[in-house]
Design a protein around this ligand. Structure first.
Ligand SMILES: Cc1cc2nc3c(=O)[nH]c(=O)nc-3n(C[C@H](O)[C@H](O)[C@H](O)COP(=O)(O)OP(=O)(O)OC[C@H]3O[C@@H](n4cnc5c(N)ncnc54)[C@H](O)[C@@H]3O)c2cc1C
Length: 431
């Protein structure tokens, strides 16, 4: 844990500093230290906490195979590895089965909608360097010893890097145009990448970056496709609900995907605890309350990550000149617009000060009324589900409560090719 983290944005080709955002008082402002961590530590921390709860049971190697019923008692089939399939009947099913969610497919089929993955055109290499491999080089040792999170940016690409696991591992995550998965669209989450291709993709990045990429052992280059999904018409069907990447997959450029998934868990738990009774109709409506409480917020962050990525990946031209002017101005003044939204103090404030559980408590009664209109006595949608649910007034209110400063919108940077397929969450902000 570190209370003195620094976010640095560097020009990939020259290693020149574009932005320098100290975060000196995160604990004072938001109650917790800022920390970088290995996803294994996060998952293991949650696993250990769950083991202390008597009501939680784990069934490993027992994947969900199908959802058979949604209401009044949801039922699903599991297929244990090497065993016989069997059916489980529950009161509520909360499906956190990720970007390739089977449950999402089942819900969409149930409401007569279809799966629509959104093309991102982006892929990522995940790289972990051991401390032992960096210690011998003073420049690399300084990197792994620092409390900096660094983003090197270049046209259509960037690399974000920081130390994890008590500075024993240096974690790098890249973004680059998707070539491998585009050529094989049905591929799974990850594929084995070629080291020489990876080096070629970042050939114009500075010698420091080259030095790190060259440390990656041959045969250990792992590439992920970065996936998104068109907004879903619903996250729930009867007493089954989607959480996390299953319903709002995001580009990772704001570092909020796992955070949003964890918040979903907290909000759905709070919503269920406020259920007036445990009738199936009530439970189906409470799940809708959860969706209504989370939908606008997560959409806003997904869109922000998308637009921030576009700004980061600009090639030479007027838009990049304007972006770099904003970076330079913010650096000179020590405040102001930071075009990388992940490093923007205002965006950090908006995200870190958002108390999703408190919002749910405040909004529950109002959202419940909407949920009663949306979910009938039989757990079915009261009206046909056709389009994504409209933005709720609550989300607008929350957004307006923490407005960004004038000019702090990715869309304020004119884009080279304005192929706008998503809505920028801040474009209608009052100036
Ligand atoms: C390169 C990259 C970098 C990222 N960096 C960050 C970051 O810095 N910060 C951040 O907050 N987020 C980050 N994310 C996003 C984050 O990883 C995801 O948003 C997060 O893992 C979503 O959590 P989830 O539980 O919804 O889904 P997942 O983590 O995908 O978990 C889904 C689980 O469901 C299991 N599953 C799937 N199907 C079935 C089935 N049929 N039966 C049983 N189990 C099943 C899967 O095996 C998996 O364990 C990053 C993502 C990428 C790709």
């Amino acid at each position: 844990m570190h209370d003195q983290m620094l976010r640095l944005i560097l020009e990939g080709s020259t290693n020149e500093e574009l932005a320098h955002v100290p975060m000196p008082n995160i604990r004072e402002l938001y109650g917790y230290d800022h920390c970088t961590g290995h996803r294994h530590s996060l998952a293991n921390g949650m696993y250990e906490a769950c083991k202390k709860e008597e009501a939680i049971n784990f069934h490993f190697a027992t994947p969900l195979a199908a959802i058979n019923d949604f209401y009044p008692k949801p039922a699903f089939k599991v297929q244990p590895r090497g065993g016989q399939p069997y059916t489980v009947v529950a009161d509520v099913v909360l499906a956190c089965d990720g970007i390739k969610s089977i449950t999402r497919q089942a819900i969409l089929t149930k409401v007569g909608a279809k799966e629509e993955e959104e093309e991102t055109g982006q892929a990522a290499y995940r790289i972990m360097l051991d401390r032992a491999d960096m210690e011998g080089d003073p420049e690399l040792k300084a990197l792994i010893d620092s409390d900096e999170v660094i983003r090197w940016i270049g046209e259509k690409r960037h690399i974000i890097a920081y130390a994890v696991s008590s500075k024993t591992i240096y974690n790098l995550s890249t973004t680059q145009p998707d070539k491998n998965f585009a050529a094989a669209p049905s591929a799974t989450y990850t594929t084995r990448g070629s080291k020489s291709v990876m080096l070629d993709v970042f050939r114009d990045f500075c010698p420091l970056v080259q030095k790190m990429l060259n440390l990656v052992p041959d045969g250990e280059v792992c590439e992920w496709r970065l996936r998104m999904h068109k907004a879903l018409p619903t996250w729930t069907a009867g007493c089954v609900a989607l959480l996390g990447d299953a319903c709002h997959p995001t580009l990772p450029h704001l570092s909020q995907g796992a955070a949003m998934a964890i918040e979903d868990g907290a909000v759905v738990a709070e919503a269920l605890s406020l259920a007036p009774n445990t009738d199936p109709t009530t439970l189906a409506r409470v799940l809708k309350v959860f969706e209504l409480s989370r939908r606008d917020w997560t959409t806003q962050l997904v869109n922000l990550a998308f637009f921030s990525g576009r700004t980061l990946h600009l090639g030479d031209g007027k838009a990049k000149e304007e972006r770099d002017r904003q970076f330079a101005e913010a650096k000179a003044r020590g405040e102001g617009v930071v075009p990388d939204k992940w490093a923007s103090p205002e965006v950090q404030k908006m995200i870190y000060s958002n108390d999703c559980v408190a919002n749910l408590r405040v909004d529950f009664d109002e959202l419940w009324k909407k949920a009663v209109e949306m979910v009938g006595e039989n757990g079915e949608p009261a009206t046909a589900v056709e389009a994504p649910v409209e933005s709720s007034a609550d989300a607008k209110r929350k957004r307006e409560a923490t407005p960004l400063p004038q000019g702090d919108s990715p869309e304020d940077v004119p884009m080279e090719s304005p192929k706008k397929t998503r809505t920028d969450p801040f474009e209608n902000r009052a100036s």
